[in-house]
Structure formats: C-alpha cells, structure tokens
Design a protein around this ligand. Structure first.
Ligand SMILES: *[C@@H]1O[C@H](CO)[C@@H](O)[C@H](O)[C@H]1NC(C)=O
Ligand SMILES: *[C@@H]1O[C@H](CO)[C@@H](O)[C@H](O)[C@H]1NC(C)=O
Ligand SMILES: *[C@@H]1O[C@H](CO)[C@@H](O)[C@H](O)[C@H]1NC(C)=O
Ligand SMILES: *[C@@H]1O[C@H](CO)[C@@H](O)[C@H](O)[C@H]1NC(C)=O
Ligand SMILES: *[C@@H]1O[C@H](CO)[C@@H](O)[C@H](O)[C@H]1NC(C)=O
Ligand SMILES: *[C@@H]1O[C@H](CO)[C@@H](O)[C@H](O)[C@H]1NC(C)=O
Length: 252
C-alpha cells in the first residue's frame, strides 16, 4: 500500500514537473473564444522559448508524427562536388594513366612518369548525371580551365570528323554548338555507379551524336569523334577507343 502511494506520488510529481513551464502557459491555454468572452483581444502569437539546458525547442511526438517527413524545401539541394583525376582506360579496362597536365594542355595521358596528372573538379546536382563542365584545378597550362572539345566539326556515326579534347571556354550545358565558338565544354556526364565520365557533343544543328573518346597513342593526343573506325580509315595515326573515369583521392 505504501509502495503504491509512492508510485502515485511519483506520478503526481512527474505531472507537476512536466506542467511546470514558463509563465505564458496559462495564457496559452485560454482559447481565443475564451479571451473574447473576457473582453481580451486574440492571443499574440506564442514563440517557443529556449531556456538554456531545456530541450524545449524540440518538436513534440504528436507534431513529429503528424508531419511525418520534412516538408519539401524551397531551396534546391546543394550540388555534389567531385574532385580527382581523369583515368583513361581502353574498352577492356587497361589503364593508360590519367589525363595529363602539361603547359600545352590536357590532351594526352600520363604515358610515363615524366608527365604529371591533372587534378579536376566538377559538380553534379542530386539525381542528375549532367551535363556539366570539368574544371582543371592545378593546370600548368593557361586559361581557359574548362575541358571539352575544341573545333567546330559536326560529329556523326557516319562521319570521320573529330574535335580535339583540350581546354576550351565554358559553354552552356545542353546548348547546341554556337557558330564561331572555339569548342564546347559542358558536354560531360557522370555515371554515379561506375564513375565513368562520358562526352556528349552537340552539333550546331542540335543533333546529339554518340560521342566516342579516342587516344592517338603515337602523338599522345585525345580526340572526340562519332566514329572511330571511319576516323582511322582517314587518319595517319589511328585512335584507340578509350573511356574516362573519375579517379578519386587519395592517390598512392
Ligand atoms: C587494352 O589494352 C590491353 C593492354 O595493351 C590489351 O591487351 C587489350 O587487348 C586492349 N583492349 C582492346 C579492346 O584493345
Ligand atoms: C591545346 O590547346 C593549347 C592552347 O590553345 C594548344 O597550344 C595545344 O596545341 C592544344 N593541343 C592540341 C592537342 O591540339
Ligand atoms: C614520356 O612521354 C612523352 C610524350 O609521349 C615523351 O615526349 C617523353 O619523351 C617520354 N619520356 C620518357 C622518359 O619516356
Ligand atoms: C595536380 O594534381 C594531381 C592530382 O592530385 C597531382 O597528382 C599532381 O602532382 C598535381 N600537379 C601539380 C603541378 O600540382
Ligand atoms: C562506323 O562506321 C562504320 C562504317 O560505315 C559502321 O559499320 C559502324 O557501325 C559505325 N560505327 C558506329 C559506332 O556507328
Ligand atoms: C570552323 O573553324 C574553322 C577553323 O577555325 C573556320 O575556318 C571555319 O569558318 C569554321 N566554320 C564554322 C561553320 O564555324
């Protein structure tokens, strides 16, 4: 019996403690209808008080349950920044090294230890693979620092034409080639699962050819083309089809 009394007393104390709150509680309990009856105006809005040491700024369980999940934010989620090097592999996975960093530009790979790799960065927005610009972050070549295709050729599956992978002034994502421009930069997309970075050239007539990346291993130059077989039939030094992958730090 005494034990039960202690429990009841404890519960009563808990209720008192739980109810003990800042002075506005009494006013808050009065509905606006009650206030009208008493000749008072509508209650002023009540703001949560945060007393140091109290957890009063946390939502109540009922509030959390009712809301379920946070309401969609008006602010778009922050883009994800990616940094690293661009690894260059042939179609069966053999790696030629990384996109190079030389005073004459990035168009080539680190075939040997005397050629430095280029550090790059780019951003993707949530749920989007691109297109985006790739920016050189420690270039020994001069600006522009965005990487893309240089040239005004129209690429196609039935054409030997090509553009050079090099640094080029930033262009608008998803925009067709602008007449008179040096090249196109915002042509890159990322496969978030494999880390493959693909090129997506857009011709002046807005056509979007499947874009292949080719490495001329003789001259150590990287090109973009719509058909490597046709390019090789016309060219003196052939291209080997390669793929770009983001290689993330740390590097050994
Ligand atoms: C990729 O390069 C490796 C090493 O040189 C070679 O054995 C392989 O056949 C190449 N793959 C293709 C598709 O050329
Ligand atoms: C890349 O661009 C630089 C600067 O315009 C130029 O000097 C270099 O020859 C270009 N590389 C290729 C492979 O065209
Ligand atoms: C490294 O490759 C570059 C470009 O192909 C070449 O010019 C240079 O002679 C090579 N260096 C060595 C040590 O093989
Ligand atoms: C540029 O960054 C790459 C990747 O981190 C690094 O390996 C390379 O040494 C750097 N080159 C220069 C010139 O800072
Ligand atoms: C490239 O052109 C050749 C010859 O016309 C054709 O057989 C081949 O399918 C083309 N390749 C692509 C990827 O379109
Ligand atoms: C393409 O570029 C070449 C050389 O820079 C130039 O002579 C030609 O007028 C350009 N063509 C177009 C359609 O912009």
């Amino acid at each position: 019996m005494n034990f039960l009394f202690q429990i009841l007393a404890a519960i009563a104390l808990l209720v008192v403690v739980a109810e003990a709150s800042p002075t506005y509680v009494g006013v808050k309990r009065m509905t606006n209808a009650d206030r009208m009856k008493r000749g008072l105006g509508p209650a002023p809005p009540v703001f949560k008080r945060v007393v140091p040491g109290r957890r009063s700024n946390l939502p109540t369980r009922a509030f959390v349950a009712k809301r379920g999940s946070p309401s969609p934010s008006a602010v778009p989620p922050a883009p994800t920044k990616h940094i690293g090097r661009i690894e260059v592999r042939n179609t069966t996975g053999f790696t030629y090294g990384f996109v190079q960093n030389t005073v004459s530009g990035p168009s080539g790979v680190t075939l040997n230890s005397t050629i430095d790799p280029l550090a790059v960065s780019f951003s993707t927005s949530q749920g989007s693979s691109g297109p985006f610009d790739i920016t050189a972050t420690n270039a020994t070549f001069s600006a522009p620092l965005t990487l893309g295709g240089v040239g005004n050729a129209s690429l196609a599956a039935d054409s030997a034409s090509a553009v050079v992978f090099n640094s080029t002034a930033a262009t608008s994502p998803s925009a067709a080639f602008v007449s008179g421009a040096t090249g196109e930069s915002a042509i890159w997309t990322l496969d978030g699962r494999t880390a493959q970075i693909s090129a997506n050239w857009i011709n002046a007539d807005k056509s979007k050819p499947t874009t292949f990346i080719g490495l001329d291993t003789v001259n150590n130059v990287i090109l973009l083309t719509g058909n490597i077989t046709l390019y090789n039939q016309a060219a003196s030094s052939p291209l080997t089809e390669v793929k770009f992958f983001l290689a993330s730090p740390p590097f050994q």
